[in-house]
Design a protein around this ligand. Structure first.
Ligand code: ZN
Length: 209
């Protein structure tokens, strides 16, 4: 069951999430696709790149038929495109990347002003199923309202709320998104918290023609 974002992207923008039933082989052959080695930091790679080792948590391109992709199992993927359909990016929104400002880094790559970008938030773990400790809470100074204290030293963390706040701070006003919790939709979605031994990942892909 491929998920396609419900967002007002231009007609030449293709975006989708591959779930448990889908295969990378289902994607069009003419789209160049290179997977990142995600390391929970904030580096963004611009495609095409001569680099062999793609240690990064975001990809950006303004060229046609080059895919930007992010793999997740509970983390958020953030897909962004410009209103003119010329630029796309995919960002890995785990707590570490978000705390290190990966959204601001990603928005900076665009030639288009932030007001002309739209963003889509992928399925991710919902706050009810995402309890975090003091280290995570402390990493989001000023965003305490995105956490709900659950028991002493532990908080329920709303990754969606954090991403929406940071997108707004970066100047993106139009944000769309999924509400499917990865932890809850066992049949379709991968969840690290539910099954840490499952190496499967959702693949979020965006490119332009
Ligand atoms: Zn949930």
């Amino acid at each position: 069951m491929m998920i396609t974002p419900n967002w007002p992207a231009p007609e030449n923008i293709h975006a989708l999430t591959l779930t448990k039933d889908d295969s990378i082989a289902d994607l069009p052959r003419n789209v160049d696709l290179r997977l990142l080695q995600q390391v929970h930091e904030n580096k963004i790679i611009e495609f095409p790149t001569p680099e062999i080792e793609l240690k990064a948590d975001g990809a950006y391109t303004h060229q046609a038929n080059i895919a930007c992709t992010i793999k997740t199992a509970d983390c958020l993927a953030i897909l962004i495109c410009s209103h003119d359909g010329q630029e796309v990016a995919a960002l890995h929104g785990g707590w570490r990347g978000l705390a290190q400002g990966i959204i601001a880094q990603g928005v900076k790559k665009f030639q288009a002003p932030a007001q002309e970008l739209i963003a889509w938030l992928s399925p991710a773990i919902c706050p009810q199923h995402y309890e975090v400790d003091q280290q995570v809470f402390n990493a989001f100074s000023g965003l305490e309202h995105c956490f709900h204290e659950n028991r002493p030293g532990h908080w329920l963390c709303d990754l969606y709320a954090i991403a929406r706040m940071q997108l707004q701070q970066a100047g993106i006003e139009r944000v769309f998104g999924e509400t499917h919790c990865t932890f809850e939709y066992e049949e379709e979605l991968y969840s690290y918290r539910r099954d840490p031994t499952d190496p499967g990942r959702l693949l979020h892909v965006i490119w332009r023609r």
